[in-house]
Design a protein around this ligand. Structure first.
Ligand SMILES: Cc1cc2nc3c(=O)[nH]c(=O)nc-3n(C[C@H](O)[C@H](O)[C@H](O)COP(=O)(O)OP(=O)(O)OC[C@H]3O[C@@H](n4cnc5c(N)ncnc54)[C@H](O)[C@@H]3O)c2cc1C
Ligand code: FES
Length: 285
């Protein structure tokens, strides 16, 4: 018993210790969003499942949860796509090439993209929500023959805010992904769709009886998207959402991320709509 307890304790201690990663490259994706590519300073690359997050530490400033946005098949640099919204994210995206950040994790549940194999897959992203979904898409296109129709419905605020434009083109052109992009506000020369991403769901070409859906974006958008998917006939437990809450420890100790009986850092962030619906309606109404 003592041995079990001490093994658990040492795992918890390990999970609280950041590993050092060096910034190899920073790519500016949009006016306020940047992708950092990180290499471990010694040790192995981080292995992770699509949908998991890490706690990223900017020394002397703070630590925040950020989803991993790169390829989960392993080997490459560790990618995080970060929107600069406050003090810690500002410090993270401003870290120069060669600068060192702390990384804890990976933490939390993943998208479990394998669940969609043999059927249609629908990914619905709002804004920066495309970043946590990117590993899922990379996994799907790597194993494209295992899926039937693959649809990506993506809503951005304006055309300038569209993330990963080269990926969107490549997925559509080379991997038979049906990509539909819409913006909240388009300038007069924008020839694409305008309107909420939720509105794309009712007419999208998937077979609800064999569809698995993955949704990430602002909470209000996720809830209305999940309801629209369910109205089309997609089963609630086949609609998976990634929840955001304030997080401090990432390992189920501090309670910052608690949502009734759930600790979203360990029970989530990705959960089925069957579990989340009764909890979500409590704050949205
Ligand atoms: C599991 C998880 C995964 C995430 N993945 C990403 C990601 O891939 N890319 C990314 O850019 N961001 C992601 N976030 C959000 C990111 O953690 C917050 O933007 C960050 O904590 C803000 O810290 P800050 O010190 O820069 O800003 P602060 O000064 O703390 O806050 C700036 C603004 O952002 C709001 N904010 C702060 N924390 C959160 C939060 N957790 N959720 C929503 N709003 C918040 C504040 O209310 C405030 O309006 C994720 C959050 C979680 C919980
Ligand atoms: S972040 Fe500490 S319990 Fe979840």
């Amino acid at each position: 018993m003592t041995e079990v307890l001490s093994a658990e304790r040492s795992q918890a201690v390990d999970a609280m210790l950041p590993r050092s990663f060096r910034v190899e490259r920073t790519r500016r994706d949009t006016r306020d969003t940047f992708t950092l590519e990180l290499a471990p300073v010694g040790g192995d690359p981080l292995r992770f499942a699509a949908g998991q997050f890490t706690m990223l530490l900017a020394a002397g400033v703070g630590e925040v949860p950020i989803s991993i946005s790169g390829d989960p098949s392993g080997g490459g640099l560790l990618e995080h796509t970060i929107r600069n919204v406050g003090s810690v994210t500002r410090a993270l995206v401003a870290t120069p090439r060669g600068g060192v950040l702390g990384v804890r994790g990976p933490f939390g549940t993943g998208w479990e993209v394998e669940r969609g194999e043999g059927g249609d897959v629908v990914l619905v992203a709002g804004g920066i929500g495309l970043a946590p979904l990117r590993p899922a898409l990379l996994q799907v296109v790597r194993n494209r023959e295992r899926y039937n129709r693959v649809l990506l419905l993506y809503g951005a605020r304006t055309p300038e805010d569209i993330l990963f434009a080269p990926d969107l083109e490549r997925w559509e052109r080379d991997h038979d992904v049906e990509v539909a992009v819409t913006v909240d506000n388009g300038p007069h020369d924008w020839r694409g769709r305008v309107g909420l991403v939720t509105r794309l769901v009712p007419r999208a070409g998937f077979d609800p009886s064999r569809t698995t859906a993955y949704v990430c974006g602002p909470e209000v958008m996720m809830r209305s998207t999940a309801l629209a998917l369910r109205d089309r006939g997609v089963r609630a437990d086949r609609i998976r959402l990634s929840m955001e809450r304030n997080m401090k420890c990432g390992v189920g100790l501090c309670g910052h991320c608690q949502l009734r009986e759930l600790f979203l850092c360990v029970d989530g962030p990705v959960l089925g709509f069957d579990r989340l619906e009764p909890l979500m309606s409590r704050w949205e109404l």
